[in-house]
Design a protein. Structure first.
Length: 326
């Protein structure tokens, strides 16, 4: 736990007056932006401290940007960044965090599956002295069994093979203290996996449990392909398992191959059975080729990531901003 209670007095307001910053990535959310704003505004006003709402338009192809412009004109506490194209959820979150001025920064999606009404509970935990407060899902939505068990297996393996304590059943709905944000902004990697980066930073943390409802409006921006990409970012950035799995598979292949060869030898000696040698060579060759191709894929992934880091391209590109410094 932190050094003690956090209050307005011991955490002075920033230059623009915001005490709380709420970062909201949005991709094709024209139907939910206004609804989210109405619920978030009521919730943040109840805290009786200055706040700002930072939307990040992640290259939406619908009317999301138009909705954000209208909100920014009505309420100068609403700010937005519009990216030049769809850079992905983690890049959009990074863009919002880079502009956050508050002493406590809350990240939450715009789809209303994460209820803004939970934010005061996160803030109370932060005021108790915790530097990171996770909103933890206590239920599974109507996902397929395959998706549920795949998610459980993924976080189990990641937790066992990485050198960080990765919290389970949490997404990107959380509150972080300003000093945690400073650490995140100092991390230069372009393959962003903020869940892992926040956990890696350490600091005291707490959880607020909630039941996550099904999406009522619009469609999810997280396709199966994007979920796989996010999972690979977490595994390759925070675990050495991909490099070690080839060794494990190699050992398994050697053991199985040895048992198979022993069986053939005994079968030939005891029962006088004849085997064509080429059959076994073909089987062993395919097994070895599978191991080699897996190693090539793993090395290719790491080399590709090194290549992207060396190029030094920005994580995102801003095209337009509203109620934010130019």
């Amino acid at each position: 736990m932190g050094a003690g209670m956090k209050t307005t007095e011991d955490k002075p307001l920033t230059a623009d007056g915001a005490f709380y910053s709420v970062v909201v990535p949005a991709f094709n959310e024209q139907d939910t932006v206004a609804l989210f704003y109405d619920r978030a505004r009521k919730t943040m006003d109840s805290l009786e401290k200055p706040w700002e709402l930072i939307f990040v338009n992640d290259g939406s192809s619908d009317g999301t940007l138009k909705e954000l412009r209208a909100l920014a004109e009505r309420d100068d506490r609403v700010k937005y960044v519009s990216l030049s194209r769809n850079f992905g959820h983690q890049a959009a979150l990074t863009a919002g965090l880079d502009h956050a001025a508050g002493k406590a920064v809350i990240s939450i999606d715009c789809d209303l599956q994460d209820p803004p009404e939970l934010i005061p509970q996160l803030c109370r935990k932060w005021e108790e002295g915790f530097d990171i407060v996770y909103a933890r899902r206590s239920n599974y939505r109507k996902d397929s069994l395959v998706k549920r068990y795949a998610s459980m297996a993924y976080y189990f393996v990641l937790g066992k093979t990485s050198d960080i304590d990765m919290p389970e059943n949490v997404g990107d709905f959380r509150l972080i203290d300003r000093k945690v944000l400073s650490i995140l902004k100092a991390m230069p990697e372009r393959a962003r996996y903020l869940r892992g980066m926040v956990a890696w930073a350490g600091f005291s943390h707490a959880f607020v449990d909630y039941e996550r409802p099904d999406r009522q409006v619009g469609e999810t921006g997280y396709s199966f392909k994007k979920l796989i990409s996010l999972g690979m970012d977490g595994m390759l950035n925070f675990s050495l398992l991909p490099l070690r799995i080839g060794f494990i598979i190699g050992i398994v292949n050697i053991v199985l191959g040895s048992l198979f060869l022993l069986y053939m030898v005994l079968d030939a000696l005891i029962f006088d059975k004849y085997y064509h040698l080429y059959k076994f060579l073909v089987v062993l060759l395919f097994m070895l080729m599978g191991v080699l191709f897996m190693f090539i894929w793993i090395l290719g992934e790491y080399i590709g990531r090194i290549h992207n880091e060396v190029k030094g391209r920005p994580i995102y590109i801003e095209n337009e901003k509203g109620n934010l410094p130019v």
